[in-house]
Every structure is written in structure tokens, then in C-alpha cells.
Design a protein around this ligand. Sequence first.
Ligand SMILES: Cc1cc2nc3c(=O)[nH]c(=O)nc-3n(C[C@H](O)[C@H](O)[C@H](O)COP(=O)(O)OP(=O)(O)OC[C@H]3O[C@@H](n4cnc5c(N)ncnc54)[C@H](O)[C@@H]3O)c2cc1C
Length: 397
Amino acid sequence: MMQNDVVVIGGGISGLSLAYYCVQAGMKTTLLEKNDTIGGSFASPQYNAHGKNFWMELGAHTCYSSYQNLLDIVEGCGLKDSIIPRAKVPFTLFVNGKIKSIVSQLHILELLVSVPNLFKLKKTGLSVSSYYSKIVGERNYREVISHFFNAVPSQKTDDFPADMMFKSREKRKDMLKNYTFTNGLQSVARAISAKSGLNVFTSQDVNSVVYKDGLYEIRSAGGGEYSAKTLVFATPSSVTSKLLKGIQPDIANHLGQLKAADVDSVGVIVRKENVKLKPVAALIAPNDVFFSVVSRDTVPDDNYRGFVFHFKPGLDEKTKRSRITEVLGIGFSKIEHTESKQNTVPTLRLGHHEWLEKTDALLKGNKSLLLTGNYFGGMAIEDCVSRSKSEFARLKG
Ligand SMILES: Cc1cc2nc3c(=O)[nH]c(=O)nc-3n(C[C@H](O)[C@H](O)[C@H](O)COP(=O)(O)OP(=O)(O)OC[C@H]3O[C@@H](n4cnc5c(N)ncnc54)[C@H](O)[C@@H]3O)c2cc1C
């Protein structure tokens, strides 16, 4: 059995950032990832055509100057030079087969009457629907703005806590306001996993965790066996809950209260001349089989365009394929390459702050067990890295 100071289960940005902090502190660290590639929702598959690379984002796509903890890691991995700007192309609505600007769909009078509430109303304790319908007006919220919010975690967000959807954070003045990386966000995951001193094993579907004589024993479906003094879970809450059942039933039950949504993400690459759609950052669909289509037009390419459809779960391949070709206005034969991925996104509810306080109370005094992920302080990348940073501080404190 391979012995470690720390084993991290889950190779998305939450697990990778926690592993990064451990390795920087000189701890012998192993990270185990179920899939055959590292990154989780940092997924930028590379398509090699005519000797040139084209990538698209099957998950996260944008970082901001306010992602200060992420930026520290990016710099620590020597990746700062691969930060690139995103082209200014619009986020638009897609209604009845037509692109519509957000402004064109808003009821301006209602907006003008409501917007002063921005200076009076606090987000704390309010749901997304109750807060934002007062800021933009009920009809604007229902017909336009709610669809943008739904597109962020690819699920209905009416009942999300308003203060967990978009946070204002201090920005780094020397950074681009929003950006990506030369080879997409997954290059951050690859750079962390290449950090010297970090052992990364992919295709390790962890299915058993036992605690014996002060050590965790971790086993994966493929027969991998690892042991560690400290164990980090960086998996979706349902996976962490299941694996903790035998050793920490209280925490397992507490995590079991959370819900999450699966997002079926399908990306297609097409030659530029075959698609008439004008350049967009994303299409947001109010009442469709997908929540959004995120495009690669933010990093334009001479030959190709990429479109990632974030579908509602449970659709068959034929339905997805025909909707893709309808929206892009092309025949199926014009699709040069397809990539698919399932993402898991938490379903946050009012009362989540109290849930989080209880989680941390249950973990108090137990420095050998760390929990991170996108279901603690929020689902944005910086929320994940911040949670990892504070869990690492708990380990060292
Ligand atoms: C479509 C989409 C777009 C987004 N866009 C943005 C954006 O532009 N900006 C932003 O800030 N945020 C964005 N987000 C949110 C953010 O990207 C995610 O919340 C964050 O990347 C999640 O990271 P994570 O490590 O917590 O989880 P994940 O990335 O889901 O990683 C969890 C990992 O655990 C692994 N795993 C699961 N079970 C096991 C097991 N039994 N054994 C071993 N490994 C296991 C999984 O395979 C996975 O790799 C987006 C999210 C999605 C889904």
C-alpha cells in the first residue's frame, strides 16, 4: 500500500489546489482522479487539425481579476504568461431561433423603477428570485434575467441564496478583468498536476475508505491501494457522503442533505465558413432543451469555431444532435469533431450558510479529514480555491 502524508480524492480545481498547497509545504501528496484526464470541470480537450491545435471548454471558461487565490497558484506554476484576454463578443438570448440582445428584451420602464432598490436591498437571507425581481422588476426577472442566472449552474436558480450567485471580490489591478489561457483552463489543471512532488493517478475511481490505527486506507475500483495520515475529499457531495458513511456517519448524513444537478455538455467543432451565426460568447435559451451554448468565439481562430451545448439531463443522442444542427444551421456532416462530458453542479438553497457552519463544526478538531469542493462557499472557481486554502490552513493551524 502506497504511504503518503496526504491523499486527495478528486482532480478538479478544488482537489488540485489543495494538493498544490500540501506539496508547497513539503508534504508527500497523492491525488486520485476517477477520469482518465485531470481537471474535472476544467475540461479543454485539444483537437489537432492540419498541425494546429483547437480547443473548446466543456466546463468552466472564464476567470476574473478577482480570482486572487487562483492567480497565486497560476503564478506559482509559471503559467502567468499563458493568460490571454477574451474577445468582447456578446452574451445573447436565443429565442425562436433568433439571437436577441438582452437590452432589446428588457422592459425599460420597469427596470428604471426597480433599479434604485440596488442601493437599499441587501442580498443576505434572500433568494435569487426575491432579490433580483426587486432589482430589475418582476417581469424582467421572469422573462429575461432568470434565464441568464439559470445558465450559470445549468439549472433553475430561483431558490439559490442571492449572496452565493455573484460575489463582489477585491480585484487585482495588474490583471485583465476577465481572461482565459492559451490552451484553455485545463492547462491550469495540467500545470498543477505536473508540480514536482505531487503524485497524480488518473482512472482511480475510489470506492472504499477505511480508518485504522491513525491511517486512512483508500482503495479504487481498479485495485489501487493508498494510505495517508490526512485525507482530502474534493468530490461532489454525494460521492463524499457515500465514501464517508463507514467512518464518519454524522458528516456523511449531513453532506447527504445536499442536492446537485448533472449537466450534459456536448461540444462540436465546425469549419468557420460553414456557420452563419454571428460571433457570440454564449447563447442563453429561455425554454429549450439546453440552458446555454458557450462558444469559442471569445478566442477567435482562423479556421474553426467551437460550440458547447449545456443540455438538460436525460436527453437521447438523437435529440441532442438534431438540436445542435438546427441551432447552428448546418447538416450533421459539417460537424468535424464532437466531445462530451458530464459535469456535476451543486444545487444551493437558502439556509446554505447555516449548513456550512454545521459542516465546519462537525469537522472541528479533526485535522486528518479535509473537505473541499464547489458546494461550500459557492461554485465559482475562486470559491473552490478559497475553500481549499482555508482547509489547508486548518490542517496546518
Ligand atoms: C459548464 C460549467 C461552466 C462553468 N463556468 C465557470 C466559469 O466560467 N467561471 C467560474 O468561476 N466557474 C465556472 N463554473 C464552476 C466551476 O468551474 C466549478 O464549480 C469547479 O470547476 C468545480 O471544481 P471541483 O474540483 O470542486 O469539482 P469538479 O471539477 O467536478 O471535480 C471533481 C472531480 O472528482 C472526481 N471524482 C468524482 N468521484 C470520484 C471518485 N469516486 N474517485 C476519484 N475521483 C472522483 C471527478 O471525476 C472530478 O474530476 C462552471 C461549471 C460548469 C459545470
